[in-house]
Design a binder for this molecule. Structure first.
Ligand code: BTN
Length: 243
């Protein structure tokens, strides 16, 4: 698949720009919107995404899908998996935190914000990823939840454009496999990249309340199953595991 690149040195948010300009984007290629710096970077749950200049990847993959595909909710999970694949190839001990956070040393190194908009009768997916590449400890410590960067973990500087190129290549290949074969192709790897939760209870926020339970399984559709303290199994399709 071809990539149409749109780069900004400064922008409010690559996701916001992509959603606002979706009607101008070519429909037959992936557009990759990137920025050196974001003034209003957005995370999940209306959080702010810390986006200082020339330190990290701020990128939105934008592409058009036919309406009615039931599994588009798995696409952000595929991007998270592509990210872990790339980081592991570089020797990082990277893991997934359901549904699509990427962790190293139990701290978040990348997050994904998936949004959609409609143009004509096609669905435009805007898949934003923030990957902390060269963010120094002083700035990581200013983030209100455990965060890390490749340079902090790897004790060396990374070329941001090179990291982006490798990630882009991996994701474009994985997306094409997903569109052909569905999420089942990735399930085994997606489950394995979560690592072991063991017998430590998980706290989980489903956008309404906080649940506590043991990690039980990831269903074939990518949803999460927890075993609650009374033994019942509860399935979640959205939310986040709390640190
Ligand atoms: C999360 O909360 O984990 C998701 C973070 C997503 C951040 C990226 S940075 C590029 C793109 N533009 C944004 O405003 N957000 C996403």
């Amino acid at each position: 698949m071809l990539i149409n690149r749109k780069h900004f040195s400064l922008i409010d948010s690559t996701n916001t720009w992509a959603k606002q300009n979706a009607h101008l984007l070519p429909k037959d290629v992936i557009t990759l919107v990137t920025a050196d710096e974001q003034t209003a970077g957005r995370g999940r749950f209306k959080r702010h995404w810390v986006s200082p200049p020339k330190q990290n990847i701020y990128a939105s993959f934008c592409f058009f899908l036919k309406m009615g595909r039931p599994d588009i909710g798995n696409i952000p999970q595929v991007l998270a998996l592509s990210t872990v694949t790339v980081l592991r190839k570089w020797g990082f001990s990277a893991f997934l935190k359901w549904p699509n956070d990427v962790l190293i040393s139990k701290k978040k190194v990348a997050g994904i914000l998936a949004e959609t908009t409609t143009v004509d009768d096609q669905l435009c997916m805007v898949l934003g990823i923030g990957l902390n590449v060269n963010m120094p400890l002083e700035l990581l410590e200013g983030i209100d939840r455990p965060a890390t960067s490749l340079s902090f973990e790897g004790k060396r500087h990374f070329d941001i454009e090179e990291v982006l190129q490798v990630l882009q290549k991996q994701f474009v290949a994985d997306l094409s496999l997903f569109l052909d074969q569905g999420f089942s192709h990735f399930l085994e790897t997606y489950r394995r990249y979560h690592g072991e939760y063991g017998i430590t209870p998980i706290r989980f926020h489903d956008n309404q309340k906080i649940w506590e339970g043991l990690f039980h399984a990831i269903n074939d559709d990518g949803s999460l199953v927890l075993q609650l303290s009374d033994g019942t199994l509860k399935t979640f399709i959205a939310g986040e595991i709390l640190f």
